[in-house]
Design a protein around this ligand. Structure first.
Ligand code: SAH
Ligand code: SF4
Ligand code: F3S
Length: 440
């Protein structure tokens, strides 16, 4: 038998891309490829890209430029671009960077083996369709190899919200939910392969409305069904939109045993003027009331968020409203970004905030967020929390895992193995992680 061909995949962007990269590797596995960790010995290099901000998109071209030497040494090397830049820029990528052989969008990567064969035949292969056939149907049977204790599982794709700054509705297309039975089947399969924690993914995961027994299921209904799977210990989901936080989902946070006390609920801004211009369809006040209801259901829940500073026409007063909202909510974690103009989005037409001013706001917002993150992490000291161990730490006998609240926790205990869940007493809060010892 010929040696298998080697595939190197580099993933940018969100968790959905991480999941997609796994599925792409599996699809190409069927075409005789095995994964390699280095581009140097690869027969095919795939960049799974992100288009969310200008920097993310530009990174792809500088990375491609770096493969010039490799391609010169190895003319048979195939180079592909997948993901959201592929969807947004299509053929333009091959014009800008002629060494690219293959371009495939996020909704058509089940056709990768076909595209690969065309590229092998010397063609430039491109597929950025939003096909009517469901890619997950084609990719139905996943390999049975054992895997680590945590996994992502995409349940919903695309977005119909059209926030004025965002490319996702264009790169990922309209909102589509996978049928509940398929998700349950995939979750069972993951658990059989060693997975103990599943994070359900969607650009708008709580807008999930997949076909199920008796009609469309909500995300909460799906979570309750997954809660029944023996061996599955933890369920998480991301990313949610405030307007899709339905009553049954809020209630599940209080009552569903395997649903973890962590919620990523981006608000972007605390100014109603800016929220309106962002087309977010909620106010700062309605968001804060929603957080209160979630905390009533689950008082210890850890909240995280996303913020954009320097959105067109944001004033210092608007920015102060965001700072005020952050003070009221008290986040356990947050991601913050300086606004980046995305061609083709409505906000791209609006007057920009001075760049130095936007950078200064980002700096001030991040200082506040860092303070809150620290406080939330430090508050864990003295508590006993459950930790799922994911990998060995750097020190001998040490393991690293995640608490229910998603904090990284280090424990030096040679009796622990990857995949164990143990009660850990937290004794110290370090720079970016906690450390503890086995309780009891
Ligand atoms: N579906 C998710 C977000 C996906 S994008 C949601 O609705 O929350 C992840 C984050 O990137 C967004 O929450 C936003 O904070 C940020 N983002 C999106 N477009 C951006 C832009 N043009 N400039 C800066 N940040 C942006
Ligand atoms: Fe983008 Fe808004 Fe959709 Fe999130 S909800 S993916 S920010 S358009
Ligand atoms: Fe980026 Fe696409 Fe995800 S633009 S954030 S990879 S949906």
């Amino acid at each position: 038998m010929a040696d298998p061909k080697k595939l190197y995949i580099k993933t940018y962007g969100c968790q959905m891309n991480v999941y997609d990269s796994e599925r792409m590797a599996e699809a190409l596995g069927g075409a005789g490829y095995v994964e390699t960790q280095s581009p140097d010995d690869a027969d095919m290099i795939l960049l799974n890209t992100c288009h969310i901000r200008e920097k993310a998109a530009e990174k792809v071209y500088s990375e491609l430029g770096r493969f010039k030497g490799l391609k010169a040494e190895k003319p048979d090397l195939k180079i592909g671009v997948a993901g959201c830049v592929a969807q947004a820029e299509g053929e333009e990528i091959m014009r800008r960077q002629p060494l690219v052989d293959l371009v495939v969008g996020p909704q058509s990567y089940h056709r990768l083996p076909e595209l690969e064969a065309r590229a092998q035949g010397g063609e430039k292969a491109l597929d950025t369709d939003f096909p009517v056939d469901d890619k997950f149907d084609t990719l139905r049977h996943r390999p049975k190899a054992k895997r680590g204790p945590t996994a992502f599982l995409t349940v919903q794709e695309g977005c119909d919200k059209f926030c004025a700054f965002c490319v996702v509705p264009y790169t990922r297309g309209a909102e589509v939910s996978r049928p509940a039975a398929r998700i349950i089947e995939e979750a069972q399969d993951l658990v059989e392969r060693g997975v103990r924690e599943i994070t359900l993914l969607g650009q708008n995961v709580n807008a999930y409305h997949g076909a199920g027994e008796g009609g469309d299921w909500s995300l909460a209904r799906l979570i309750w069904a997954l809660n029944e799977i023996d061996g599955l210990e933890r369920i998480r989901f991301t990313t949610s939109h405030p307007n899709d936080m339905s009553d049954d989902l809020i209630e599940a946070h209080g009552t569903c045993e395997k649903l973890m006390p962590y919620l990523h609920l981006p608000v972007q801004s605390g100014s109603d003027k800016i929220l309106k211009r962002m087309n977010r369809a909620h106010t700062a006040e309605s968001y804060i009331r929603l957080i209160e209801r979630i905390r009533d259901a689950r008082p210890d829940i850890l909240l995280s968020g996303d913020f954009i500073v320097g959105f067109p026409e944001e004033t210092e007063e608007d920015f102060q409203a965001t700072m005020q909202l952050i003070r009221e909510v008290r986040y356990g974690y947050a991601y913050s970004f300086k606004y980046s103009t995305r061609p083709g989005t409505p906000a791209a037409e609006r007057p920009l905030v001075d760049d130095a001013e936007a950078s200064d706001r980002l700096y001030r917002l991040q200082a506040l967020i860092t303070e809150q993150q620290r406080a939330a992490q430090d508050a864990m000291v003295g508590r006993t929390v459950k930790v799922l161990f994911e990998k060995p730490g750097r020190l001998p006998g040490q393991m690293v895992g995640k608490s229910d609240y998603l904090h990284a926790v280090h424990v030096a205990d040679p009796a622990l193995s990857v995949g164990d869940i143990a009660e850990i007493e937290i004794i110290e809060s370090g720079a970016n992680s906690l450390s503890g010892r086995r309780a009891g």
